[in-house]
Design a protein around this ligand. Structure first.
Ligand code: ADP
Length: 484
């Protein structure tokens, strides 16, 4: 992989207090390309002591960074944005190497990741306070917004770049400092972003990135009193565990967790548009995003027509190494991921689902899986209640709008939901009734830096992106000025 890189952003060391360092013990982890199973590099296996050092560095950097003017912080973020866009091709290449997603999707992710740097460079200058008409004539009431302090962040492998900037950009714009642990599977994108931050002039200690033992690093990040907030993206299971671990020091939390997105196609939908949206929302990143559709709910009267068009399109998706031109479906991230997908498919078939396409590991072997479509799915199947995180579409039938809403909401999750309809009144009714944080109406795509991303129920707390995203990193301070 090193031969792909020219811009000096590939690092096999962690970034703590402005220095590139190995683990104290010298221990490392291999990182594997899921498309070829080749080891592409190794990263330090850090644990408690290095995490404490990173937290101390972030804490020491906080007074200076938070007191800079908003313009100064904004300038650094903007330089960082430009550096990222200039390195886009290079970053996309090694994102594909460590994650497996097709190069076109990797390029899109780098642009999406960089967009948070630009957006929050702009928002940094718009953290306005407030004056409130007072309850007495000799009193004035004001509200200040102040950065919360040192923020810990833990990110997943499915968006190795965008999840870093979606957290770091608003945090740093607000004046916070950060200690971030990326997923073990995809650390190089995170370390490259840190290298670009350094080139952009980010002061030492403001952003620290360390890799290693997730349990030990997580325990320290959650229990250390210097850390005031945890921002986590990952599974609901780990989110709950981290919430418990943070309870003793009562940290502020933002959690972006699992989903079980419904995608409803009503009989009045534009069927061609619905099929396009369905492909995008299901097969993007081989189905490995938390907003990917998990359940397609298709109205009886158009079920067969939808199936015919959808299966034809899915059958044409090209599977392969993401670096090859024209590939649309890359490998799954690891063996565990493929085992889960296979279990869900077998469970659904054993409970009466019809296999309309695929259903097996791909002939390319490794962690490639055939794009799969299952018909006649029912709520008793695991795929109805658990996030599959793979290229498997399960199609359910429904008859009435009420039934579609009830089925959609019959889940502990509440991240994204989608539906296709040309009826305006129905669109309002359904959008309001869906229990989720984001709704795509005649759209299979939601993720953009200017809109608030996040969920309800067991899909999480708080929002990332948009002007709401920066508020998560700010404390309100009320000033009561008397004797005027
Ligand atoms: P996924 O299923 O997407 O891998 P996880 O929740 O397991 O989701 O992982 C998301 C992130 O959480 C990764 O960075 C992973 O290393 C981290 N993680 C997993 N387990 C723990 C833990 N016990 N403590 C802290 N972080 C963890």
């Amino acid at each position: 992989m090193k031969e792909l890189l020219q811009n000096n952003v590939f690092s096999e060391r962690c970034f703590i207090d402005g220095k590139w360092v190995p683990a104290d013990s010298g221990a490392t982890f291999p990182v594997v390309n899921p498309a070829t199973q080749e080891v592409i590099g190794s990263i330090p296996r850090m644990d408690t002591a290095e995490t404490q050092a990173a937290i101390r560095a972030a804490s020491a950097a906080f007074p200076t960074w938070s007191k800079k003017t908003a313009q100064e912080r904004s300038d650094v973020l903007l330089r960082w944005y430009h550096l990222m866009m200039e390195s886009r091709e290079e970053l996309a290449h090694f994102l594909t190497c460590e994650h497996g997603k097709p190069l076109a999707e990797a390029r899109a992710e780098i642009a999406y990741a960089a967009s948070f740097l630009r957006f929050y460079a702009e928002e940094a200058r718009r953290v306005y306070g407030e004056t409130i008409p007072a309850h007495r004539t000799d009193t004035r009431i004001m509200v200040l917004k102040q950065p919360i302090g040192v923020v810990a962040a833990i990110t997943p492998w499915n968006f190795p770049s965008a999840m870093i900037t979606r957290k770091a950009a608003p945090a740093l714009a607000a004046g916070c400092t950060m200690v971030l642990k990326p997923a073990e599977q995809t650390p190089f994108s995170a370390l490259a972003i840190a290298a670009l931050a350094e080139q952009a002039g980010l002061p030492a200690g403001v952003l620290n990135i360390l890799t290693g033992d997730p349990v030990k690093i997580g325990q320290e990040l959650c229990s250390n009193p210097l850390v005031r907030m945890l921002s986590f993206t990952g599974s609901t299971e780990v989110g709950k565990l981290l919430t418990q671990q943070c309870s003793n020091t009562l940290k502020k939390l933002t959690l972006e967790l699992g989903g079980n997105a419904p995608f409803i196609v009503f009989e009045d939908a534009d069927l061609a548009a619905a099929v396009d949206g369905a492909i995008l929302s299901k097969y993007r990143h081989s189905g490995q995003t938390c907003v990917c559709t998990n359940r397609f709910l298709i109205q009886d009267s158009i079920y067969d027509a939808f199936v015919e068009r959808f299966v034809e399109r899915v059958g044409k998706l090209r599977v392969g190494n993401g670096l090859e031109a024209g590939v649309e479906i890359g490998p799954l991230i690891d063996e565990q991921a493929i085992a889960k997908v296979q279990t869900h498919v077998e469970d659904a078939i054993s409970k009466g689902a019809s296999l309309l396409l695929g259903g097996h590991p791909h002939r390319l072997r490794g962690t490639f899986f055939e794009p799969t479509v299952l018909g006649d799915a029912t709520p008793s199947m695991r795929i109805a209640t658990e996030e599959t995180f793979g290229p498997v579409a399960a199609l359910f039938r429904f008859t009435t709008e009420e039934e579609a809403i009830a089925l959609s909401n019959d889940t502990e999750y509440g991240l994204a939901g989608y539906f296709y309809s040309k009826d305006l009144a129905r669109s309002w009714r359904v959008a309001e009734a869906l229990e989720c944080g984001m709704v795509g109406i005649n759209s299979g795509f939601l993720s953009v830096e200017i809109a608030p991303f996040g969920g309800v129920k067991r899909s999480g707390l708080g929002r990332e992106g948009s002007h709401h995203g920066i508020e998560e990193f700010l404390n309100l301070k009320y000033l009561c000025l008397g004797e005027i």
